[in-house]
Design a protein around this ligand. Structure first.
Ligand code: ACO
Length: 162
């Protein structure tokens, strides 16, 4: 198992992984229009942390770092159907937190969680209470109805991965 972070940089191997992740998101997030998934995945302001087995994508999280406000917005998160509830979602989130803190300098994440995924996000340290000042994020992140806005503080020191 390997964890990587790629964005649309025209490198063949990275593009193949982004397409694999797009297929997982399209299947696992049926309420999201496919064109919207492709648009954000391929948008150069977005990054995707992925879990790979060999060169097969098992799952991933696509996010947009807002560097000056030090928070990241998680747009999509999914693990392929036959690999769910094996702990990969948790390991993926830990790699995301480590990368976002150490590479992007972020302190928080925000996401609109689907109702059926709220339990997963709670286990990853997300809360329904939003502690960030509203003017830090309001107007930056996309309003999305049908989801619950949740926040996670990234620990400044904790080693999230081994
Ligand atoms: N509801 C409640 N708890 C959950 C859920 C859920 N939907 N999914 C996992 N958990 C729990 C697990 O039971 C586990 O608990 P434990 O540590 O007590 O055993 C813990 O969360 C972590 O489970 P993992 O095995 O690490 O999670 P998994 O690899 O299955 O990944 C994920 C979780 C990403 C939600 C996956 O199930 C999935 O792809 N679901 C379908 C797509 C989806 O709903 N994505 C999120 C949409 S919201 C968004 O994208 C912003």
């Amino acid at each position: 198992l390997k964890f990587v972070c790629y964005s649309n940089d025209s490198i063949d191997e990275h593009m193949m992984c982004l397409i694999g992740l797009k297929n997982i998101f399209a299947r696992q997030l049926p309420n999201m229009p496919k064109e919207y998934i492709v648009r954000l995945l391929m948008d150069r302001k977005h990054k995707s942390v992925m879990v790979l087995r060999g060169n097969l994508v098992v799952g991933g999280i696509t996010y947009r770092p807002y560097h000056s406000q030090k928070f990241g917005e998680i747009a999509f998160c999914a693990i392929t159907a036959d690999e769910q509830v094996k702990g990969y979602g948790t390991r993926l989130m830990n790699h995301l937190k480590q990368h976002a803190r150490d590479v992007d300098g972020l302190t928080h994440f925000l996401t609109y969680a689907d109702n059926n995924a709220v339990g997963y996000f709670v286990k990853q340290g997300f809360t329904k209470e939003i502690y960030l000042e509203k003017d830090v994020w309001h107007g930056f992140i996309k309003d999305y109805d049908g989801g619950l806005l949740m926040e996670c503080k990234i620990d400044p020191k904790l080693p999230y991965t081994d």
